[in-house]
Design a protein around this ligand. Structure first.
Ligand SMILES: NC(=O)c1ccc[n+]([C@@H]2O[C@H](COP(=O)([O-])OP(=O)(O)OC[C@H]3O[C@@H](n4cnc5c(N)ncnc54)[C@H](OP(=O)(O)O)[C@@H]3O)[C@@H](O)[C@H]2O)c1
Length: 381
Protein backbone atom coordinates (compact mmCIF):
# COMPACT_ATOMS: atom_id res chain seq x y z
CA UNK A 1 0.00 0.00 0.00
CA UNK A 2 1.54 3.33 -1.05
CA UNK A 3 0.36 6.69 0.16
CA UNK A 4 0.73 9.72 -2.06
CA UNK A 5 1.41 13.18 -0.82
CA UNK A 6 -1.95 14.76 -0.01
CA UNK A 7 -3.31 16.66 -2.99
CA UNK A 8 -5.82 19.37 -3.49
CA UNK A 9 -9.02 18.11 -4.97
CA UNK A 10 -12.24 19.70 -6.00
CA UNK A 11 -14.50 16.94 -4.93
CA UNK A 12 -18.15 16.12 -4.77
CA UNK A 13 -19.95 13.20 -3.29
CA UNK A 14 -23.31 12.11 -2.07
CA UNK A 15 -21.63 11.72 1.34
CA UNK A 16 -22.10 13.77 4.44
CA UNK A 17 -20.35 16.94 5.46
CA UNK A 18 -17.74 15.20 7.55
CA UNK A 19 -14.11 14.33 7.27
CA UNK A 20 -12.25 11.18 6.50
CA UNK A 21 -14.66 9.57 4.09
CA UNK A 22 -13.66 7.66 1.05
CA UNK A 23 -14.58 9.43 -2.14
CA UNK A 24 -13.80 6.63 -4.48
CA UNK A 25 -12.30 3.20 -4.44
CA UNK A 26 -11.50 0.41 -6.85
CA UNK A 27 -9.15 -2.54 -6.77
CA UNK A 28 -6.10 -0.36 -7.39
CA UNK A 29 -6.59 2.91 -5.55
CA UNK A 30 -8.71 4.80 -3.10
CA UNK A 31 -9.16 8.50 -2.52
CA UNK A 32 -9.49 9.56 1.07
CA UNK A 33 -10.77 13.01 1.80
CA UNK A 34 -9.93 14.57 5.12
CA UNK A 35 -10.59 17.98 6.50
CA UNK A 36 -12.54 19.12 3.49
CA UNK A 37 -13.92 22.58 3.76
CA UNK A 38 -17.37 22.72 2.27
CA UNK A 39 -17.92 25.17 -0.53
CA UNK A 40 -21.55 24.45 -1.19
CA UNK A 41 -24.39 22.10 -0.54
CA UNK A 42 -26.82 21.54 -3.39
CA UNK A 43 -29.57 19.02 -2.79
CA UNK A 44 -27.81 16.01 -1.33
CA UNK A 45 -24.56 16.81 -3.11
CA UNK A 46 -21.66 18.10 -1.11
CA UNK A 47 -19.02 20.20 -2.84
CA UNK A 48 -15.76 20.87 -1.13
CA UNK A 49 -12.20 21.83 -1.65
CA UNK A 50 -9.57 20.25 0.51
CA UNK A 51 -6.57 18.06 0.95
CA UNK A 52 -7.24 14.53 -0.23
CA UNK A 53 -5.01 11.52 -0.26
CA UNK A 54 -4.66 8.97 -2.98
CA UNK A 55 -3.92 5.60 -1.47
CA UNK A 56 -2.74 3.21 -4.13
CA UNK A 57 -2.95 -0.49 -3.40
CA UNK A 58 -1.16 -1.78 -6.46
CA UNK A 59 0.90 0.94 -8.00
CA UNK A 60 2.83 4.04 -7.23
CA UNK A 61 0.52 7.04 -6.88
CA UNK A 62 2.61 8.80 -9.48
CA UNK A 63 1.39 6.20 -11.94
CA UNK A 64 -2.16 7.39 -11.48
CA UNK A 65 -2.71 9.26 -14.70
CA UNK A 66 -4.67 12.38 -15.54
CA UNK A 67 -7.16 10.11 -17.25
CA UNK A 68 -7.61 7.99 -14.08
CA UNK A 69 -8.36 11.15 -12.20
CA UNK A 70 -10.92 12.26 -14.73
CA UNK A 71 -12.52 8.82 -14.35
CA UNK A 72 -12.42 9.26 -10.59
CA UNK A 73 -14.34 12.46 -11.03
CA UNK A 74 -17.01 10.63 -12.93
CA UNK A 75 -17.21 7.86 -10.36
CA UNK A 76 -16.91 9.94 -7.23
CA UNK A 77 -20.47 11.13 -7.30
CA UNK A 78 -21.74 14.30 -8.77
CA UNK A 79 -18.61 16.29 -9.25
CA UNK A 80 -15.04 16.24 -10.34
CA UNK A 81 -11.81 15.16 -8.76
CA UNK A 82 -8.79 16.90 -10.17
CA UNK A 83 -5.17 16.73 -9.20
CA UNK A 84 -3.16 19.94 -8.86
CA UNK A 85 -1.64 19.74 -12.32
CA UNK A 86 -5.12 19.74 -13.81
CA UNK A 87 -6.27 22.58 -11.60
CA UNK A 88 -3.24 24.51 -12.74
CA UNK A 89 -3.97 23.45 -16.27
CA UNK A 90 -7.43 24.96 -15.91
CA UNK A 91 -6.00 28.29 -14.81
CA UNK A 92 -7.94 30.84 -16.87
CA UNK A 93 -4.79 32.79 -17.77
CA UNK A 94 -3.50 29.73 -19.64
CA UNK A 95 -6.54 29.12 -21.79
CA UNK A 96 -6.26 28.83 -25.56
CA UNK A 97 -7.68 32.11 -26.83
CA UNK A 98 -8.84 33.14 -30.30
CA UNK A 99 -9.12 36.64 -31.67
CA UNK A 100 -12.46 37.78 -33.07
CA UNK A 101 -11.38 38.75 -36.61
CA UNK A 102 -13.38 42.00 -36.83
CA UNK A 103 -12.01 43.46 -33.58
CA UNK A 104 -9.00 41.47 -32.37
CA UNK A 105 -10.75 40.93 -29.02
CA UNK A 106 -9.72 37.55 -27.59
CA UNK A 107 -12.13 34.93 -26.27
CA UNK A 108 -11.51 31.38 -25.00
CA UNK A 109 -11.72 28.68 -27.66
CA UNK A 110 -14.31 26.75 -25.60
CA UNK A 111 -17.66 28.15 -24.54
CA UNK A 112 -21.08 26.86 -23.49
CA UNK A 113 -24.24 26.23 -25.50
CA UNK A 114 -27.72 26.20 -24.04
CA UNK A 115 -30.05 24.13 -26.21
CA UNK A 116 -30.25 20.34 -25.78
CA UNK A 117 -29.90 19.23 -22.15
CA UNK A 118 -29.28 22.77 -20.79
CA UNK A 119 -32.66 23.94 -22.06
CA UNK A 120 -34.34 20.77 -20.82
CA UNK A 121 -33.19 21.51 -17.27
CA UNK A 122 -34.01 25.22 -17.66
CA UNK A 123 -37.60 24.25 -18.46
CA UNK A 124 -37.92 22.49 -15.08
CA UNK A 125 -38.24 24.03 -11.63
CA UNK A 126 -34.87 23.19 -10.08
CA UNK A 127 -31.96 25.13 -11.61
CA UNK A 128 -29.35 23.82 -9.17
CA UNK A 129 -27.53 21.89 -11.88
CA UNK A 130 -27.40 24.93 -14.18
CA UNK A 131 -26.19 27.14 -11.33
CA UNK A 132 -23.33 24.67 -10.91
CA UNK A 133 -22.66 24.60 -14.65
CA UNK A 134 -22.51 28.39 -14.93
CA UNK A 135 -20.54 28.64 -11.66
CA UNK A 136 -17.94 26.16 -12.96
CA UNK A 137 -17.94 27.93 -16.35
CA UNK A 138 -17.11 31.29 -14.78
CA UNK A 139 -14.72 29.90 -12.19
CA UNK A 140 -12.61 28.20 -14.85
CA UNK A 141 -12.46 31.18 -17.17
CA UNK A 142 -15.37 30.43 -19.53
CA UNK A 143 -16.81 33.41 -21.40
CA UNK A 144 -18.80 32.68 -24.57
CA UNK A 145 -22.35 31.57 -23.76
CA UNK A 146 -24.56 30.78 -26.74
CA UNK A 147 -28.32 30.94 -26.35
CA UNK A 148 -31.48 31.87 -28.26
CA UNK A 149 -35.04 32.95 -27.54
CA UNK A 150 -36.17 29.63 -29.00
CA UNK A 151 -34.26 27.54 -26.43
CA UNK A 152 -37.17 27.47 -23.98
CA UNK A 153 -36.22 29.14 -20.70
CA UNK A 154 -32.43 29.09 -21.33
CA UNK A 155 -32.01 32.83 -21.91
CA UNK A 156 -34.06 33.78 -18.88
CA UNK A 157 -32.60 31.20 -16.49
CA UNK A 158 -29.00 31.96 -17.58
CA UNK A 159 -29.61 35.70 -17.12
CA UNK A 160 -31.05 35.12 -13.66
CA UNK A 161 -28.26 32.76 -12.52
CA UNK A 162 -25.50 35.01 -13.93
CA UNK A 163 -27.03 37.88 -11.99
CA UNK A 164 -27.19 35.85 -8.77
CA UNK A 165 -23.60 34.65 -9.19
CA UNK A 166 -22.39 38.12 -10.16
CA UNK A 167 -20.79 36.86 -13.37
CA UNK A 168 -22.86 38.79 -15.90
CA UNK A 169 -19.98 41.03 -16.96
CA UNK A 170 -17.56 38.13 -17.43
CA UNK A 171 -19.88 36.32 -19.82
CA UNK A 172 -19.71 37.05 -23.55
CA UNK A 173 -23.45 36.87 -24.25
CA UNK A 174 -24.35 35.45 -27.66
CA UNK A 175 -28.03 35.18 -28.44
CA UNK A 176 -30.12 35.08 -31.60
CA UNK A 177 -33.03 36.66 -33.41
CA UNK A 178 -35.65 34.93 -35.49
CA UNK A 179 -39.34 35.58 -35.91
CA UNK A 180 -39.49 34.26 -39.47
CA UNK A 181 -40.77 30.84 -38.44
CA UNK A 182 -39.43 27.42 -39.28
CA UNK A 183 -40.47 27.23 -42.92
CA UNK A 184 -38.80 30.56 -43.74
CA UNK A 185 -40.94 33.41 -45.01
CA UNK A 186 -40.84 37.05 -43.97
CA UNK A 187 -40.07 38.34 -40.50
CA UNK A 188 -42.33 41.03 -39.08
CA UNK A 189 -39.99 43.88 -38.02
CA UNK A 190 -42.16 44.81 -35.02
CA UNK A 191 -42.18 41.24 -33.83
CA UNK A 192 -38.41 41.06 -34.33
CA UNK A 193 -37.88 44.21 -32.23
CA UNK A 194 -40.15 42.79 -29.52
CA UNK A 195 -38.13 39.58 -29.42
CA UNK A 196 -34.89 41.56 -29.14
CA UNK A 197 -36.33 43.67 -26.34
CA UNK A 198 -37.24 40.48 -24.50
CA UNK A 199 -33.69 39.09 -24.91
CA UNK A 200 -32.18 42.21 -23.33
CA UNK A 201 -34.61 41.83 -20.43
CA UNK A 202 -34.13 38.10 -20.00
CA UNK A 203 -30.34 38.33 -20.09
CA UNK A 204 -30.51 41.44 -17.85
CA UNK A 205 -28.06 43.31 -20.07
CA UNK A 206 -28.04 46.83 -21.43
CA UNK A 207 -25.65 45.74 -24.14
CA UNK A 208 -25.44 42.26 -25.66
CA UNK A 209 -22.13 41.08 -27.06
CA UNK A 210 -23.41 39.17 -30.07
CA UNK A 211 -26.81 38.68 -31.70
CA UNK A 212 -27.09 36.41 -34.72
CA UNK A 213 -29.98 35.82 -37.09
CA UNK A 214 -31.03 32.28 -36.22
CA UNK A 215 -31.22 29.66 -38.96
CA UNK A 216 -30.96 32.18 -41.84
CA UNK A 217 -34.43 33.56 -41.06
CA UNK A 218 -35.33 36.42 -43.44
CA UNK A 219 -31.78 37.88 -43.58
CA UNK A 220 -32.63 41.18 -45.32
CA UNK A 221 -35.10 42.20 -42.60
CA UNK A 222 -33.43 40.72 -39.54
CA UNK A 223 -29.80 41.52 -40.41
CA UNK A 224 -31.02 45.03 -41.24
CA UNK A 225 -32.36 45.40 -37.69
CA UNK A 226 -29.14 44.01 -36.20
CA UNK A 227 -27.11 46.53 -38.23
CA UNK A 228 -29.17 49.32 -36.67
CA UNK A 229 -28.70 47.91 -33.17
CA UNK A 230 -24.96 47.67 -33.74
CA UNK A 231 -24.65 51.19 -35.09
CA UNK A 232 -26.61 52.47 -32.07
CA UNK A 233 -24.19 50.61 -29.74
CA UNK A 234 -26.73 48.16 -28.28
CA UNK A 235 -24.84 45.13 -29.54
CA UNK A 236 -21.12 44.71 -30.13
CA UNK A 237 -21.18 42.06 -32.86
CA UNK A 238 -23.70 40.64 -35.33
CA UNK A 239 -23.93 37.39 -37.23
CA UNK A 240 -26.03 34.65 -38.75
CA UNK A 241 -26.35 30.89 -38.13
CA UNK A 242 -27.34 27.69 -39.84
CA UNK A 243 -26.78 24.04 -39.00
CA UNK A 244 -28.24 22.85 -42.28
CA UNK A 245 -25.70 21.82 -44.89
CA UNK A 246 -28.35 22.32 -47.59
CA UNK A 247 -28.26 26.05 -46.81
CA UNK A 248 -24.49 26.53 -46.91
CA UNK A 249 -24.74 28.10 -50.38
CA UNK A 250 -27.15 30.76 -49.07
CA UNK A 251 -24.90 31.26 -46.07
CA UNK A 252 -21.86 31.73 -48.32
CA UNK A 253 -23.68 34.42 -50.35
CA UNK A 254 -24.50 36.34 -47.17
CA UNK A 255 -20.95 35.97 -45.87
CA UNK A 256 -19.70 37.63 -49.06
CA UNK A 257 -22.23 40.47 -49.06
CA UNK A 258 -22.99 41.42 -45.43
CA UNK A 259 -20.77 42.97 -42.76
CA UNK A 260 -20.86 39.96 -40.44
CA UNK A 261 -18.71 39.60 -37.34
CA UNK A 262 -19.69 35.96 -36.77
CA UNK A 263 -21.36 32.93 -38.22
CA UNK A 264 -22.62 29.96 -36.19
CA UNK A 265 -22.43 26.52 -37.84
CA UNK A 266 -22.33 22.82 -37.02
CA UNK A 267 -18.92 21.16 -37.25
CA UNK A 268 -17.67 17.90 -35.78
CA UNK A 269 -15.14 15.19 -36.55
CA UNK A 270 -17.87 13.17 -38.28
CA UNK A 271 -19.60 16.21 -39.82
CA UNK A 272 -16.94 18.07 -41.79
CA UNK A 273 -18.80 19.57 -44.74
CA UNK A 274 -18.15 23.10 -43.43
CA UNK A 275 -14.47 22.56 -44.29
CA UNK A 276 -15.23 22.75 -48.02
CA UNK A 277 -16.47 26.31 -48.48
CA UNK A 278 -17.71 27.85 -45.25
CA UNK A 279 -14.65 27.69 -42.99
CA UNK A 280 -12.15 28.87 -45.66
CA UNK A 281 -14.58 31.65 -46.62
CA UNK A 282 -14.84 32.77 -42.99
CA UNK A 283 -11.04 33.10 -42.89
CA UNK A 284 -11.00 34.98 -46.19
CA UNK A 285 -13.76 37.40 -45.15
CA UNK A 286 -12.49 37.86 -41.58
CA UNK A 287 -15.62 36.41 -39.95
CA UNK A 288 -15.51 34.68 -36.54
CA UNK A 289 -16.98 31.18 -36.24
CA UNK A 290 -18.96 29.69 -33.38
CA UNK A 291 -19.02 25.90 -33.70
CA UNK A 292 -22.24 24.19 -32.70
CA UNK A 293 -23.03 20.52 -32.06
CA UNK A 294 -19.37 19.38 -31.73
CA UNK A 295 -20.51 16.00 -30.34
CA UNK A 296 -23.41 15.68 -32.80
CA UNK A 297 -25.59 15.97 -29.68
CA UNK A 298 -24.80 12.52 -28.23
CA UNK A 299 -24.01 10.84 -31.59
CA UNK A 300 -20.22 10.79 -31.23
CA UNK A 301 -20.39 9.46 -27.67
CA UNK A 302 -22.64 6.61 -28.84
CA UNK A 303 -20.26 5.88 -31.69
CA UNK A 304 -17.19 5.55 -29.47
CA UNK A 305 -19.16 3.59 -26.86
CA UNK A 306 -16.87 2.31 -24.13
CA UNK A 307 -13.69 2.39 -26.23
CA UNK A 308 -10.62 3.83 -24.54
CA UNK A 309 -9.02 6.95 -25.97
CA UNK A 310 -6.04 5.90 -28.11
CA UNK A 311 -2.61 6.46 -26.58
CA UNK A 312 -1.63 8.85 -29.39
CA UNK A 313 -4.42 11.23 -28.28
CA UNK A 314 -3.20 11.43 -24.70
CA UNK A 315 -0.78 14.34 -25.31
CA UNK A 316 -3.74 16.58 -26.17
CA UNK A 317 -6.93 15.04 -24.71
CA UNK A 318 -7.91 13.41 -21.42
CA UNK A 319 -11.44 12.45 -22.45
CA UNK A 320 -13.48 11.81 -25.58
CA UNK A 321 -15.26 15.15 -25.08
CA UNK A 322 -11.91 16.95 -25.21
CA UNK A 323 -10.92 14.88 -28.24
CA UNK A 324 -14.08 16.00 -30.12
CA UNK A 325 -13.87 19.63 -29.02
CA UNK A 326 -10.18 19.87 -29.88
CA UNK A 327 -10.84 18.48 -33.33
CA UNK A 328 -13.13 21.45 -34.04
CA UNK A 329 -10.95 23.95 -32.16
CA UNK A 330 -7.91 22.97 -34.24
CA UNK A 331 -9.42 24.49 -37.40
CA UNK A 332 -7.84 27.94 -37.73
CA UNK A 333 -11.13 29.53 -38.80
CA UNK A 334 -12.84 28.55 -35.55
CA UNK A 335 -13.22 31.16 -32.83
CA UNK A 336 -15.13 29.25 -30.13
CA UNK A 337 -16.68 25.78 -29.82
CA UNK A 338 -19.84 25.87 -27.71
CA UNK A 339 -21.01 22.42 -26.56
CA UNK A 340 -24.11 22.37 -24.38
CA UNK A 341 -24.12 20.69 -21.00
CA UNK A 342 -26.31 20.46 -17.94
CA UNK A 343 -23.61 18.98 -15.71
CA UNK A 344 -20.79 20.81 -13.91
CA UNK A 345 -18.40 17.90 -14.29
CA UNK A 346 -18.94 17.99 -18.06
CA UNK A 347 -18.48 21.78 -18.06
CA UNK A 348 -15.07 21.38 -16.43
CA UNK A 349 -14.22 18.51 -18.75
CA UNK A 350 -15.16 20.63 -21.77
CA UNK A 351 -13.21 23.66 -20.55
CA UNK A 352 -10.23 21.31 -20.22
CA UNK A 353 -10.21 21.35 -24.02
CA UNK A 354 -9.21 25.02 -23.88
CA UNK A 355 -5.93 23.97 -22.28
CA UNK A 356 -2.80 22.19 -23.32
CA UNK A 357 -2.09 21.90 -26.99
CA UNK A 358 -4.28 21.33 -30.02
CA UNK A 359 -3.81 18.29 -32.27
CA UNK A 360 -1.33 18.70 -35.13
CA UNK A 361 -2.22 17.90 -38.78
CA UNK A 362 -1.02 14.26 -38.51
CA UNK A 363 -3.09 13.78 -35.38
CA UNK A 364 -6.12 15.40 -37.01
CA UNK A 365 -5.82 12.90 -39.86
CA UNK A 366 -5.71 10.06 -37.34
CA UNK A 367 -8.74 11.48 -35.51
CA UNK A 368 -10.76 11.46 -38.72
CA UNK A 369 -9.60 7.93 -39.61
CA UNK A 370 -10.46 6.68 -36.15
CA UNK A 371 -13.97 8.13 -36.25
CA UNK A 372 -14.55 6.96 -39.83
CA UNK A 373 -13.73 3.43 -38.65
CA UNK A 374 -16.39 3.50 -35.92
CA UNK A 375 -19.84 1.98 -36.37
CA UNK A 376 -22.62 4.48 -37.14
CA UNK A 377 -24.61 5.76 -34.17
CA UNK A 378 -27.41 3.35 -33.24
CA UNK A 379 -30.76 4.37 -34.70
CA UNK A 380 -33.15 5.88 -32.22
CA UNK A 381 -36.22 3.68 -31.68
N1 LIG B 1 -28.77 26.95 -35.66
C1 LIG B 1 -28.20 27.26 -34.50
O1 LIG B 1 -27.98 28.42 -34.23
C2 LIG B 1 -27.80 26.17 -33.55
C3 LIG B 1 -28.16 24.84 -33.80
C4 LIG B 1 -27.74 23.85 -32.93
C5 LIG B 1 -26.99 24.20 -31.79
N2 LIG B 1 -26.69 25.51 -31.54
C6 LIG B 1 -25.90 25.89 -30.33
O2 LIG B 1 -24.82 24.99 -30.17
C7 LIG B 1 -24.86 24.40 -28.88
C8 LIG B 1 -24.27 23.01 -28.92
O3 LIG B 1 -25.04 22.12 -29.68
P1 LIG B 1 -25.99 20.99 -29.02
O4 LIG B 1 -26.38 21.42 -27.68
O5 LIG B 1 -27.04 20.72 -29.99
O6 LIG B 1 -25.18 19.67 -29.01
P2 LIG B 1 -23.78 19.21 -28.45
O7 LIG B 1 -23.12 20.30 -27.73
O8 LIG B 1 -23.09 18.51 -29.56
O9 LIG B 1 -24.23 18.09 -27.37
C9 LIG B 1 -24.57 18.31 -26.16
C10 LIG B 1 -24.75 16.91 -25.54
O10 LIG B 1 -23.50 16.41 -25.09
C11 LIG B 1 -23.53 16.09 -23.68
N3 LIG B 1 -22.25 16.49 -23.11
C12 LIG B 1 -21.75 17.75 -22.99
N4 LIG B 1 -20.51 17.72 -22.48
C13 LIG B 1 -20.21 16.40 -22.28
C14 LIG B 1 -19.08 15.72 -21.76
N5 LIG B 1 -17.98 16.38 -21.37
N6 LIG B 1 -19.12 14.38 -21.69
C15 LIG B 1 -20.21 13.68 -22.08
N7 LIG B 1 -21.33 14.27 -22.57
C16 LIG B 1 -21.32 15.62 -22.67
C17 LIG B 1 -24.70 16.88 -23.16
O11 LIG B 1 -25.28 16.20 -22.08
P3 LIG B 1 -25.07 16.64 -20.55
O12 LIG B 1 -26.02 17.74 -20.28
O13 LIG B 1 -25.37 15.38 -19.82
O14 LIG B 1 -23.65 17.07 -20.40
C18 LIG B 1 -25.65 16.89 -24.38
O15 LIG B 1 -26.37 15.68 -24.43
C19 LIG B 1 -26.33 24.46 -28.51
O16 LIG B 1 -26.53 24.29 -27.15
C20 LIG B 1 -26.70 25.83 -29.04
O17 LIG B 1 -26.28 26.82 -28.13
C21 LIG B 1 -27.08 26.49 -32.41
Amino acid sequence: MVRATPRWLWAGTGGKENSGFSLWEDSSARILAEGLSPVAFHGNIFYARGICEIVSKTRSPDMISRRDLMKLGATAGAAVALKPSILQALAPQEMIMRAIPSSGEEVPVVGLGSSATFSRVARGEDFTALREVLGAFAEHGGRVFDTAPSYGASEEVAGQIADELGIGDQVFWATKLNVAGRGGGPADPDEARAQLHQSFQRLRREKIDLIQVHNLGDPPTQLGILKELKSEGHIRYMGITTTSEGRYEDLAEIMKSEPLDFIGIDYAVDNRSAEEIILPLAQEEGIGVLVYVPFGRSRLFSRVGDRELPDWAEPFADTWAQFFIKFAAAHPAVTTVTPATSQAKHMIDNLGAAHGRLPNPDEIKKMVELVEGLPPAPRRG
